[in-house]
Design a protein around this ligand. Structure first.
Ligand SMILES: [Zn+2]
Ligand SMILES: [Zn+2]
Length: 175
């Protein structure tokens, strides 16, 4: 937590902080991931204008956890950036307005750890892989195809037979 008032920023003023946050763990696709280094150091830039405080965050971390294809350990480097704005002089009981309020600033106090966590989660790519060309697990026998060729022949089904298969499945279910 950072008290923005304590920074005593005059309008037009800018300050830069380097702050460490507590360890961050993320759950993605039902798997647990940790962030390294364990206490990531964030660069935070605060700029005050007449309307409020602009906040920018930047850090680089590694996401460590299972590969989505083969479940072996994966390490993905993330460049994390975030921007927030908190308007000055907002009444305490005003409803949240995304143009004026930051979800991480409450009564002029910045929840840096919460912001960092969300910014890191947003920086995670669409797939977390041990390597770009990870061959994954064999759908037939479950062997890790990066390590050995299990010899299974994986047959792609012919889509022309799909309606017939669906019909036989429906008949089997009795509907
Ligand atoms: Zn993999
Ligand atoms: Zn196999």
């Amino acid at each position: 937590m950072i008290d923005l008032r304590a920074l005593d920023l005059a309008p037009g003023g800018e300050t830069r902080l380097r702050v460490r946050v507590p360890p961050i763990e993320l759950r993605l696709g039902g798997q647990d991931y940790r962030v390294e280094p364990p206490e990531p150091e964030l660069e935070v830039r605060l700029t005050r204008s007449l309307s409020g405080v602009h906040l920018a965050l930047r850090t680089e971390v590694d996401l460590v956890g299972p590969c989505w294809r083969c479940l072996e350990g994966a390490r993905v480097h993330l460049v994390v950036e975030g921007d927030e704005f908190a308007a000055e002089g907002r009444p305490a009981d005003a409803p949240f307005d995304e143009d004026l309020d930051s979800a991480y600033v409450e009564s002029q106090t910045l929840d840096l750890a919460g912001w960092a966590r969300d910014a890191i989660a947003e920086a995670v790519p669409a797939t977390v892989l041990c390597r770009e060309d990870c061959a994954g697990l064999c759908p037939t026998c479950g062997a890790n195809r990066n390590e050995a060729d299990c010899g299974c022949i994986v047959v792609d089904t012919d889509p022309r037979w799909d309606p017939l298969r669906e019909l036989s499945e429906r008949l089997a279910r009795g509907d």
